[in-house]
Design a protein around this ligand. Structure first.
Ligand code: DAS
Length: 315
């Protein structure tokens, strides 16, 4: 029987780190990571894994170019029609962003499964080996075709769309804001350069309206707001949103609240409906990290404001 072939792309993170590393000891390579998962792979049957080391960084230190490079590396691997799927090992701090970025450019129906760990590779309670084995199993299984990018952590297999890190320490590190977010794929390859700048920040009583002007001074083409409640803010921010939209900046409003839809409501001049009237686009389900990734991918591939609005209406 021909072995099922997958590729494992390693990008760093706790899963490949050693707590004892004093900086002199490099992170584990993808090949070494695979070796740690051998004990858990016994039930995987005939799965042939080829590894490639893309980068070895803490995922909070990644650049936007790093994240697009991961999307490009996944597409390059899937150029081999005989491949069954791809696993990406990645830090958990920004896995929700990188996995969703890859999902937005994943125009293939084969499984792409991200995984990581909450404990380091040399920890006696390392969770990486089991997560890697689960990810390999999912990537090698036809059942998970056409589901888009998935994340395997702590015994769960969740869609990247709508995912957010919900625990700093639990092995089940992720949760899903909504399990029926439609999968929308951009029909262009991920650009290697010329990425738009998209900034995001949270709103709260007393927030400085100058934050929007500051993002514009950094040449942000897009701004994502983590509103309060169902997507609300202070009237002074609403006024700044109007000014930014008039300057051609695309503003998307999400919420800091972990669950529930973002629905424009009447507020004291700062309600969601006021932000919409000011020209902000409502991200009904995606929370700020993933709303920002969507806006980043759209603006980096030349989407107009109307096309951005259409995207957020669809999801
Ligand atoms: N090391 C951090 C990161 O790379 C945390 C982790 O991997 O869990 O995101």
């Amino acid at each position: 029987m021909t072995a099922t072939r997958i590729v494992l792309i390693s990008t760093g993170g706790t899963v490949s780190a050693r707590a004892t590393a004093d900086g002199a000891v490099p992170a584990l390579s993808g090949h070494d990571l695979l070796g740690t998962a051998d004990g858990d792979r016994h039930a995987l049957g005939e799965v042939e894994v080829t590894t490639t080391d893309l980068m070895a960084v803490d995922s909070s230190a990644m650049s936007v170019a790093d994240q697009f490079a991961i999307a490009a590396a996944v597409r390059d691997a899937l150029a081999d029609p005989a491949l069954a799927g791809v696993v990406v090992t990645h830090g958990t701090d920004t896995m929700e962003e990188s996995a969703y970025l890859v999902d937005l450019f994943h125009s293939d129906d084969r499984p792409v499964v991200f995984t990581g760990a909450q404990h380091t590779a040399d920890s006696p309670t390392s969770d990486g080996p089991r997560n890697i084995a689960d990810a390999i199993r999912a990537a090698a299984t036809a059942d998970h075709r056409s589901r888009g990018v998935l994340v395997a952590m702590g015994g769960r297999l969740l869609p990247a769309r709508g995912l957010f890190k919900s625990s700093t320490t639990a092995l089940e590190a992720f949760d899903t804001v909504h399990d029926a977010i439609p999968r929308v794929v951009l029909d262009v390859p991920p650009p290697a350069t010329g990425h738009a700048r998209v900034d995001a920040f949270g709103l709260y009583p007393g927030v400085s309206p100058g934050l929007i002007a500051a993002a514009m001074s950094q040449h942000a083409a897009g701004i994502v707001l983590a509103g309060t409640g169902s997507g609300n803010t202070h009237p002074d921010i609403t006024a700044e949103v109007s000014a930014a939209v008039r300057e051609g900046i695309v503003v998307v409003v999400s919420t800091r609240v972990p669950f529930g839809p973002v629905v424009p409501t009447y507020g004291g001049g700062g309600g969601g409906v006021d932000l919409e009237r000011a020209g902000a686009i409502v991200s009904r389900w995606l929370r700020p990290p993933q709303a920002r990734i969507a806006l980043l991918a759209l603006l980096s591939t030349g989407a107009t404001t109307d096309e951005v609005r259409d995207f957020f209406v669809r999801i």
